[in-house]
Design a protein around this ligand. Structure first.
Ligand code: NDP
Length: 342
């Protein structure tokens, strides 16, 4: 699609994700283009705008929503700031009449998420949550294979997303800005991934949280969470997340006649899929060949396509809201030590 016809995005918040992944991904997108920036760092915004051919008068401070509203080139506002700021910024974007793409987790609480869904509905703008893995080809292939019946029925799923979080001063370790610790930041990929895989909602949740005492990083938020989800079909999903481990991002699906292993499942790149399938006494092992694609570019193009064709996003605000509700149930289950019915 020629650049003049592509959908214009304003990127709000120029942190690591925006600078290292999202803005570069526009170069691989076919239907989306960056046309404006909102930032609290004018010099960084000016340099970034120059790098991406964004005019200087399309740089906004965080309190300049009226100016952004008046820019007709901006069709979508992409919120990429700390989680605790998403609610106010999504409401401001909706009030400006712009469609919204919002980073995960959608908000700090389900009440905020509910408000965001309602505000966007009322303003008649689309709201999509940036669940990039739902646009990533290897994750999509696992969903396809699991549902195809080729491997029999899914019985159990294991999902783990962990990394080491250093820098005790960063916003991810502050409850007001992050909403929680490893769970809403990276555990959410396990939760959302399992729901997307199975296409059903859990009915019962059990959970445990462990946070080291006397570690300056974990004064406000948790380090490690293990949670088990039981689904109406009988599938059990065992999920884990931690800020205190070596990087590991795995998804494993166990079926009646085989298994699907997605290595680096929730990473930005480097996915590898191995499958095993039993036929009689023989186990066939394969590594399906798929093309790696930039999942951020695919996500941007999906949002652009939804605007161009007036379609509902695959990962709408309601999808983010459901994860917020379930994460609150996970915390409640961990606190009580009892299963929580949802
Ligand atoms: P960073 O800390 O790297 O950047 C956040 C940016 O937000 C800052 O650079 C700043 O931009 C702006 N900001 C505005 N107010 C504040 C504040 N009070 N404290 C800190 N920053 C502020 O975060 P990330 O880019 O890693 O994360 C941003 C969002 O993206 C989060 O919601 C996170 O969960 C999500 N994320 C999603 C990922 C994915 O794979 N989908 C991966 C990583 C993050 P400026 O200087 O321009 O004002």
């Amino acid at each position: 699609m020629p650049p003049s016809e592509r959908v214009g995005f304003a990127v709000v918040g120029l942190g690591r994700l925006s600078l290292e992944e999202i803005l570069p991904a526009f170069g691989e997108a076919k239907k989306a283009k960056p046309v404006a920036l909102m930032s609290g760092s004018p010099e960084k915004a000016r340099l970034t705008a120059a790098q991406y051919g964004i005019p200087e008068d399309a740089i906004y401070a965080y309190d300049q929503w009226d100016r952004l509203k008046a820019n007709p080139a901006v069709k979508v506002v992409y919120i990429v700031t700390p989680n605790g700021l998403h609610r106010d910024q999504v409401l401001a974007a909706a009030a400006a009449g712009k469609h919204v793409l919002c980073e995960k987790p959608m908000a700090n609480t389900s009440a905020e998420a509910q408000e965001m869904v309602e505000a966007c509905n009322k303003a008649g703008v689309k709201l999509m949550i940036a669940y990039r893995c739902q646009y990533e080809p290897f994750n999509r292939e696992v969903v396809r294979l699991a549902r195809s019946g080729e491997f029999g029925r899914v019985k159990m799923v294991e999902a783990f997303n962990g990394q080491t979080t250093a820098l005790p001063e960063q916003w991810r370790l502050r409850k007001a800005l992050a909403g929680g610790g490893a769970l809403p930041d990276i555990g959410i990929y396990c939760l959302n991934g399992v729901r997307a895989l199975l296409g059903e909602e859990p009915v019962s949740i059990q959970a445990q949280i462990v946070t080291p005492e006397n570690d300056p990083r974990f004064k406000e938020v948790e380090e490690s969470v293990a949670f088990t989800l039981r689904f109406p079909s009988g599938v059990i999903a065992q999920c884990g997340t931690s800020y205190g481990v070596h990087e590991s991002r795995e998804l494993r699906v166990h079926t009646t006649t085989g298994s699907l292993d997605l290595h680096n499942a929730f990473a930005y790149r480097g996915q590898r899929l191995t499958v095993a399938h039993r036929e009689g006494s023989h186990v066939q092992r394969d590594e399906p060949v798929l093309t790696h694609k930039n999942q951020f570019a695919l996500e941007l193009d999906h949002m652009a396509e939804c605007i161009l064709k007036d379609r509902r996003p695959r990962t709408p605000g309601e999808e983010g809201l459901q994860d917020m509700i379930l994460m609150e149930a996970i915390y409640a289950a961990a606190r009580s030590g009892q299963p929580v019915t949802v």
